[in-house]
Design a protein around this ligand. Sequence first.
Ligand code: ZN
Length: 447
Amino acid sequence: MIWNKVETCSRSEMQSIQLGRLQKTVNYVYDKNRVYKKRLDEVGVKPSDIKSLDDIRRLPFTVKDDLRDNYPFDLFSAAQEDIVEYHATSGTTGKPIVVGYTRNDIETWSEVMARALTGSGIGKNDVLQNIYGYGLFTGGLGAHYGGIRIGASVIPISGGNTQKQIMLMQDFGTTALTVTPSFLMHIHEVGVEMGIDFKKLNLRTAVLGAEFWTESMREKIQEGFGLKACDIYGLSEIIGPGVACECHEARNGLHVNEDYFYPEIIDPATGEVLPIGAEGELVFTNIANEGQPLLRYRTRDITSLNPEPCICGRTLIRMNKLTGRTDDLLIIRGVNFFPSQIESIILKHKGVTPNYLVVVDRHGTLDEVEVRIEVTDQYAFKPIGEAFVESTHLTVSDELATRDINKKLIRDIKDVIGITVKVALVPPGTIPRSEGKAKRFIDNRPK
Ligand SMILES: [Zn+2]
């Protein structure tokens, strides 16, 4: 099912919507926001100069630091009295990034999330357990608004409370989940320990996002829960979740709601726009927001766009699954790689789990990488006579070592990323779990 017929419109119809909205937005921010007015004056662009979609290239980029520098409200174009909701990102250092929504922006958000959930195969007959965190984080309320819009029965449980999550899945007959993939894996682990067979529950669909995950993780989740998993993409700066989502028919790239969020792919080093299909940094311009429309916002996410027609009937352009983030890119001895590349390698091996952490250290002048990987329960050694022990008291059995699994992992990782790393197998439960986005690397090198 398709939520809105605009998702199937022709390229020329879409471009005409985009151009009209882009012109309106540039006019609006020039008129309402003094930071953008100054920026546009500096590069000598007047709103009337935007005559075609390609003219978007004349507009300056907006970066994350612009939002920090203008904390909290200086990039807002709407007046405070028109803002009906605030959200903010969890800034690990310094001030968070703030976004403000007008009533129309909440409408937009509900609309794009309704499209995303419908595209994932969720409808009014579904019981949607929304495990994204509610609060300043956009995940919870975004999925909530979309769920209400399509008429699903929403359970606003938010993150955490693993055992209660499982209880409600059983008792409320949950059919659909919105959750981060790492937390869903955690729920699986806890459930299995409790003796739950998730495949016997009513679960049918999971919409997963807010962090990286790979195709192998998808297989693992689908297998463990007996459901179909779709990828959703979004970021608070642009609206929150709902910027793009996979359709359940193809699950090959995420349809971008490009009548609201105009996508470009640029070379992250030069800022030059790359041809369709090339991989680079994803940039979005809000062409219909009112609260804080951003011009050419650099997401730091690395992907490419796919204009091919999709079997689902949508004509919305697709963005391929993210391959990395420019800020997660690790450069080790001159080699570039993303920690997420390691995940699919780990998942090919039996006896280890996708709970991993990449730790980078500098010894003298040499950078060294250690990949810590948790083994599965069957390879955890428990002290004799203890029915239940804390994971910190577990050790890893020697059996994996005799199967040379370390050597195999080291070889496979070298094949893919080109450098030799150390592999440390650790007992189950020793790598910290997150109830939000999983932290996959620690860089201990001096800055
Ligand atoms: Zn599709």
